[in-house]
Design a protein around this ligand. Sequence first.
Ligand code: 3Y8
Ligand code: NAP
Length: 249
Amino acid sequence: MRNILILGGTTEASALARLLAERGETATLSYAGRVHNPRPQPVPMRVGGFGGADGLAAYLRRERVTHLIDATHPFAATMSGNAVMAARKTDVPLIALTRPAWRAEEGDRWTSAPDIASAIAALDGPARRIMLALGRMHADAFAAQPQHLYLMRFVDAPTAPPTLPNHHLVVDRGPFNADGDMRLMQDHGIDLILCKNAGGAGAQAKLIAARRLGLPVLMIDRPALPERLEVHDPGAVLRWLDHDADRGV
Ligand code: 3Y8
Ligand code: NAP
């Protein structure tokens, strides 16, 4: 009898949870607890950190997890590193369900930055009107470039107003759509989009909107992640569960 733990927080994690529930698998979806009302899931949820790699290893043993699926966001590098370490400590088979990085298409005006600090440094210069599509956790760091107008989008209303002097805050959760993001950019006279290379469809709307409006994008590259078995499709996870996981592939 399998007992699957999904490290969630992405569109793909939710799609996988639906497939596993339809097959009657025993699975739990885990959230960090970053937002007030995480999306309800068709499998039991758990919310909150494990207490580092050792805490996750102890959870895997205590709950007799037989398969670990890391379906976290590509920027959740700490969680993914902990998953590799905990899986190794406990011999629980691990697979990562990720999405390919976005790639610029014909006519896109992308420049890239290796990390958030470099993106902030790249904003030196006269005031611009920037769609800061990074969420809440890193927004305050942009106070280092206070000359710009920042259009920000958070999942939850913040308890304290953002510290950026010149900002407009939208409270909305994705997945988003291109028409909505185009309207948002036009209403605020946006002249630069700044985002993470999240991949997937849930956050892609702003790139399609930027392309249609001919706007430049400053794309933050993904952090390095440890070596692990990776697939891009929930169906491939089912095949792994049925054929490969127990052979250690
Ligand atoms: C808590 C759980 C699903 C998953 C939906 C995806 C798509 C919509 C687009 C923009 C970009 C951003 C942000 C974003 C998207 C999906 C996916 C995705 C980007 C939820 C969710 C949790 C979070 C955490 C949250 C972060 C924030 C990042 C907003 C659920 C809704 C900007 C990432 O307030 C905070 O602390 C928010 C923190 C990490 C990044 C940040 O630094 O603020 N996601 N997002 C997860 C947990 O507790 O474990 O309620 O569904 C999930 C989703 N957000 O099942 O439908 O698959 O990527 N999430 C980014 O990509 O840059 C918004 O605005 O254009
Ligand atoms: P992170 O920086 O890699 O992780 C920080 C700590 O948060 C981890 O060490 C772990 O705490 C806890 N954690 C993270 N994901 C968890 C999960 N799914 N279940 C239980 N604990 C978790 O992670 P993050 O970037 O803050 O992302 C947090 C969550 O938001 C993840 O579910 C991720 O998929 C989702 N998300 C993140 C982004 C993003 O831009 N970063 C975008 C969309 C969704 P302990 O060490 O105590 O175990």
